[in-house]
Design a protein around this ligand. Structure first.
Ligand code: SF4
Length: 412
């Protein structure tokens, strides 16, 4: 039976989810039909997609934690990114963290329940020396926390670099497709969609778990959104982060607000229906776009980033852990442990995190000049986040002024 746009009735959502659980692959027409679900019926769509989430992931939430190893100063021109060439966003700018600082920052996220640490650096792609530098960090982190997954996100890879990261102990590699191939020339002129696809494939061939996702709200049509989702499905990435555009002031997409909380839920539900057994992560921008529906989104997404993003500040980590507990979910790897206990431990860990400026990596001279608050971006290569102060519940991205590259304790 073919189902065309607008023909999926609310009673059919569950039937469709059951068929997908039995092996049916969502079609493009069905995906378009789901995206066109009226606001009033979106909760039913979420509940149906939630059946697939529960089938594959139960009530667990995988917590990821970002460490921004190198911030800003990128020669690429991705329009959504606060770290792009010519960005006027007043983000932290610093070159590589020292390995001990990177491991320290990662440890704080792990104390908050993170089972995966994402080590991210701005730029088109790493040199071999950069890869060696990150390999050293990964080795040190694995020595302290052998149970934790490490995902590297360093941009477009050259021959042999994925293998080097794998040998160093990396578990995964993130490189987002971000959007549809048909829209790509409008959001970036300095590299191609094909280069992104190739990097994901290289990481996969090297035995790294591929992670690749989206930034939505760039101005894509529903057809382009479906095109991007189906490109991700074809890549067979193990995990799919969905970022919601944070339109940082000082970037070309400043002032671009295309999403509503219910539209965000529909997008997550379609990704779940298209890729039912993949790790689906609600990523940067969830706070400002999903707003009070973040807990509802956990019915579809089985993962989130804890704490801050690359250049912007996220929701308070303890509030995230409370949200997980309140909604009846448990942190993956911490089953049986009260998320509020985790929050207390996290708070204690953060208390030990205050550092002298001289200890704060090599960010001092190039980083934040101190005056807060212009927005930041949606994040690069894969992740995102806002700044100054709470970062929580703010409509605008809040620029990050704590954690990696600063002398301030992170939001971990
Ligand atoms: S997304 Fe990555 S490659 Fe593009 S401008 Fe930002 S840091 Fe550079």
């Amino acid at each position: 039976m073919s189902i065309s746009t607008h023909q999926i009735g609310t009673a059919d959502f569950t039937e469709l989810a059951i068929r997908i659980a039995d092996g049916h692959q969502l079609t493009e027409a069905e995906a378009l039909g789901l995206l066109a679900t009226p606001d009033a019926d979106t909760t039913r769509l979420v509940n149906a997609a939630g059946l697939l989430r529960r089938k594959h992931f139960g009530n667990t939430v995988k917590v990821n934690y970002l460490v921004n190893l190198k911030s800003g100063l990128c020669p690429e021109d991705c329009t959504y990114c606060s770290q792009r060439l010519g960005s006027k966003a007043e983000i932290l700018k610093y070159t590589w963290l020292k390995p001990e600082e990177a491991v320290h920052q990662a440890g704080l996220g792990i104390a908050g329940g993170a089972s995966r640490v994402c080590m991210v650096a701005s730029g088109k792609g790493p040199t071999d020396r950069d890869v060696d530098r990150v390999a050293t960090m990964i080795g040190a982190l694995k020595e302290d926390h052998p149970e934790v997954e490490v995902c590297a996100c360093l941009g477009i890879l050259k021959q042999g670099q994925a293998q080097r990261l794998k040998e160093a102990g990396a578990d995964a590699y993130n490189h987002n497709l971000n959007t549809a191939e048909s829209l790509y020339p409008e959001i970036c002129s300095t590299h191609s969609f094909d280069e992104r696809v190739s990097t994901v494939q290289q990481s996969q061939a090297a035995g790294l778990s591929p992670c690749s996702g989206l930034i939505v709200g760039l101005g894509e049509t529903p057809e382009q959104l479906v095109e991007a989702i189906f490109a991700l499905r074809a890549l067979d990435a193990d995990s799919i982060p969905v970022n919601f555009l944070m339109p940082f002031d000082g970037t070309p997409l400043e002032g671009t607000w295309n999403l509503t909380p219910l539209a965000c839920l529909r997008i997550l539900a379609v990704v779940r229906m298209a890729c039912p057994d993949k790790e689906l992560r609600m990523a940067g921008g969830r706070e400002m776009h999903l707003r009070s529906l973040q807990a509802t989104a956990l019915e579809v997404a089985n993962s989130l980033f804890l704490g801050d993003y690359l250049t912007s500040e996220g929701q308070d980590a303890k509030a995230d852990l409370a949200m997980i507990a309140d909604a009846g979910f448990v942190v993956l790897g911490q089953q049986g442990k009260d998320p509020m206990q985790l929050a207390a431990e996290l708070s204690e860990a953060a208390g030990h995190a205050a550092r002298q400026p001289s200890d704060a990596g090599n960010a001092g001279s190039s980083g934040c000049a101190g005056s807060c608050c212009s927005p930041a971006d949606s994040s690069p290569c894969g992740s995102s986040a806002p700044s100054c102060g709470s970062g929580n519940g703010s409509a605008e991205p809040v620029l990050r002024r704590r954690g990696a590259g600063t002398a301030q304790s992170p939001n971990a």
